[in-house]
Ligand binder design. Structure first.
Ligand code: IPM
Ligand code: MG
Length: 357
């Protein structure tokens, strides 16, 4: 198989974790006889420094011309003083919108070897296996009007939360499709006791559910969901929710697994999909060989599965991650007593070696 992949390392640890993921892609190519060709593209602070805007048109063009996109992370204190439209994070939003990636898939599955790295008790965590399906191109992230204005001599800021039935139905379908291949349970999370958008969300989800009578649908308010995720996370199979609730709940779900450094994501819905770790650019540890590359490497596994339909390749990458963890190797974010601390590069090398075994 020949595949073109656009690589967007971005900022901070993005550079290091993406370098690790490329090594893994090369090893997978070698083992399974595929050719992965890489095109580097700029986004975020790296693009601001090079060309003065967070998302150059050229980057979008490169993504559209490729078979998949791998992104590291964007952002950092260096660009904090930029005006809203020139913040590195705008690159991510522009990529999601520009590529039509409305469905963000964020699995939070416990690696048994890592249970002790979590801040929760073992008996709460055992068997946890959740997928958060986050709507990614609508809601308050994109709604208009938005902005800051001066009213009666005082600055006042506005953002708008808006959803159409169409947007809700299509993300519902993504969630039901995924649930069908799993434990067949969808929990839709909203704030329907307060928000009209959530009332519409709920009724559109119920509508969409009619085509999936084999999947059990439940509804939960977002505040309750935040609580249930740490009280009894095993009750969840697929969680479907709007953009900002999904942003928050997916970080919470990620921490169940011990570290946000473990969590991969796929953004689907357009002609080309984007894969990225759930974590950010972690400027405090950037360039120090400390970052956990596993989230990005696990994102490569998702790429194999969702974009290329290469199941054995995806399994091989995931099994290699598991094996290296079982053998006790840990980056600093997940290290516990009795384990062997390793850096980004060593972790990557161990995983590559395990794939080639
Ligand atoms: C995420 C991040 C982004 C988001 C930021 C960096 C724009 O937190 O992917 O979860 O809020 O969507
Ligand atoms: Mg987030």
């Amino acid at each position: 198989m020949n595949k073109n992949i656009t690589i967007i390392p971005g900022d901070g640890i993005g550079q290091e974790v993406v370098a690790g993921a490329i090594k893994v892609l090369e090893v997978v190519g070698k083992k399974f006889h595929h050719q992965f060709r890489f095109t580097n593209a700029l986004a975020g602070g790296a693009a601001l420094d090079a060309v003065g805007i967070p998302l150059p048109e050229e980057t979008l063009k490169s993504c559209r011309a490729s078979d998949a996109v791998l992104l590291g992370a964007v952002g950092g204190p260096k660009w904090d003083s930029k005006p809203p439209q020139l913040k590195p994070e705008q690159a991510l939003l522009g990529l999601r919108k520009g590529l039509g990636l409305y469905a963000n898939i964020r699995p939070a599955k416990i690696y048994p070897a890592l249970i002790s790295a979590s801040s929760l008790k073992r008996e709460i965590l055992e068997g946890v296996d959740i997928i958060v399906v986050r709507e990614l191109t609508g809601g308050i992230y994109f709604g208009t009007p938005r902005g800051v204005e001066t009213k009666n001599g005082e600055r006042t800021a506005t953002n708008t939360l808006t959803y159409s039935e169409f947007e809700v139905r299509r993300i519902a379908k993504s969630a039901f499709d995924i649930a069908r291949k799993r434990r067949k349970k969808v929990c839709s999370v909203d704030k329907a006791n307060i928000l009209e958008t959530s009332q519409l969300w709920r009724s559109a989800i119920i509508d969409a559910a009619k085509e999936f009578p084999d999947v059990e649908l439940s509804h939960m308010y977002v505040d309750n969901c935040a609580m249930q995720l740490i009280r009894n996370p095993r009750r969840f199979d697929v969680i479907v929710t709007e953009n900002m609730f999904g942003d928050i709940l997916s970080d919470e779900a990620a921490m169940l697994t011990g570290s946000i450094g473990m969590l991969a994501s796929a953004s689907l819905g357009g002609t080309v999909a984007l894969y990225e770790p759930v974590h950010g650019s972690a400027p405090d540890i950037a360039g120090q060989n400390k970052a956990n590359p596993i989230a990005t490497i696990a994102s490569v596994a998702m790429m194999m599965r969702f974009s290329f339909n290469l199941q054995s390749e995806a399994d091989a990458v995931e099994a290699a991650i598991q094996k290296v963890l079982d053998n006790g190797f840990r980056t600093s974010d997940i290290v516990t007593e009795g384990c062997t601390p390793v850096g980004t590069k060593e972790m990557t090398e161990k995983i590559c070696a395990a794939i080639l075994l």
